[in-house]
Design a binder for this molecule. Structure first.
Ligand SMILES: Cc1ncc(COP(=O)(O)O)c(C=O)c1O
Length: 372
């Protein structure tokens, strides 16, 4: 019986225990504890932002960012169709209308050349989402946002430690969001962060995170918020993880390069792009796409790998193919052929920070064998 290789396993062997013990010893376990502010400040500084607002996860970070920007009923927000449901859901929950663009076949990120055609008088914002390891080509997005006076929301959930032309991901547009789910470079179990340079937006996000309690009259509400609070326990783990972010990025790059070295001779696979004009891949996850002449799809490939004790995940399923949005009368009759193909033919291999080179070698051997 072979050892099962999970799709993700985090690395928690830094100062996580020490900082968690401090929480227990001092009794500071709630969101009022001192690590929360320290983590917010250090994380925001790391991505070159003035303010960080830690929240319960990366999905709700997007909801709060949209609410803070005042996006609502009837506004249109342009986003990539190839992304996680959190992005589309947050737009729809705000009462706004999602407008999708297809993605680039090699970088898997939104095809920025399609953006301008989607802008209408109702467009309020562009949501950029960096996918799997390479950032979106941001310069044309920022130019369009300036030209049409649109807000930019940057979902940098997967992009800890990545840069675009040398500037940190998470520092672009009005507001950016991150996730700290255990498959992220920095994890806190569950968790997320909103970062911005705008003091007013930051204050609004802090209020939305805390049920919009008012400083003077706590239980009288002018606006509805949520309880999105982040605990001192989460921040303790986050601080220990953040200390090692550079090391984690280096390791992930080595892992990605090793997978590519081992799989580059496999004619059935398209592999991630290692480098673009503006960034080097950080391989948040190591995705592969089955070429069109392979007789089976990603779901079948995943089944074959699971039989050999290799855990995988499918690629995202397009926003414009989500039954939940169709039932609401949204995103029907859209065609985004590049994203549709990726959703059906893409999967990612074990990519967690605890993965060893020996495990990568075994995964690569099994992947090769499924085509024999
Ligand atoms: C691009 C993107 N946005 C948002 C999220 C949601 O983050 P969370 O799982 O912390 O809610 C994820 C999660 O992986 C993601 O990949």
């Amino acid at each position: 019986m072979m050892e099962f290789i999970p799709v993700n396993q985090p690395l928690l062997n830094g100062k996580e225990k020490q900082y968690l013990n401090e929480c227990i010893d001092t009794g500071w376990i709630s969101s009022e504890g001192p690590f929360v502010k320290q983590f917010e400040e250090e994380f925001a500084a790391r991505v070159g932002r003035k303010h960080g607002i830690a929240v319960c996860n990366g999905s709700m970070a997007i909801d709060a960012a949209i609410a803070a920007l005042g996006i609502g009923e009837g506004d249109e927000v342009i986003l990539p169709t190839f992304t996680i449901i959190s992005c589309g859901a947050a737009i729809v929950r705000a009462g706004a209308i999602p407008v999708v663009v297809d993605c680039h076949p090699h970088t898997w990120n939104m095809d920025v050349s399609q953006l301008e055609a989607k802008i209408t008088p109702k467009t309020k914002a562009i949501m950029v989402v960096h996918i799997y390891g390479l950032p979106v080509d941001l310069a044309p997005v920022l130019e369009l946002a300036h030209k049409y006076r649109l807000k930019v929301i940057e979902d940098a959930a997967e992009m800890h430690g990545q840069t675009y032309n040398g500037k940190p991901c998470g520092s672009f547009g009005e507001i950016s969001t991150f996730s700290f789910y255990p498959n992220k470079h920095v994890t806190t179990g569950e968790g997320g962060m909103i970062v911005t340079d705008d003091e007013t937006l930051a204050e609004h996000c802090r209020s939305l995170r805390n049920l919009c309690f008012q400083p003077q009259q706590r239980f009288i509400h002018e606006e509805l918020g949520w309880n999105l609070r982040f605990t001192n326990l989460q921040a303790a783990v986050g601080l220990a993880q953040l200390e090692r972010l550079d090391e984690f990025v280096t390791r992930k790059r080595c892992m990605g390069q090793y997978y590519t070295e081992l799989l580059s001779g496999v004619p059935e696979l398209e592999l991630p792009v290692p480098l673009t004009d503006y960034a080097e891949n950080i391989y948040w996850v190591y995705g592969v796409v089955l070429k069109d002449d392979v007789q089976f799809d990603a779901a079948e490939a995943m089944k074959k790998l699971r039989q050999q004790d290799i855990g995988t995940r499918p690629f995202f399923w397009c926003m414009h193919e989500q039954p939940v949005f169709h039932k609401m009368g949204l995103l029907q009759n859209e065609s985004c052929p590049v994203a549709e193909r990726l959703a059906r033919r893409g999967l990612y291999l074990p990519s967690g920070l605890a993965l060893t080179d020996e495990q990568i070698e075994r995964v690569a051997e099994v992947v090769k064998a499924i085509f024999k």
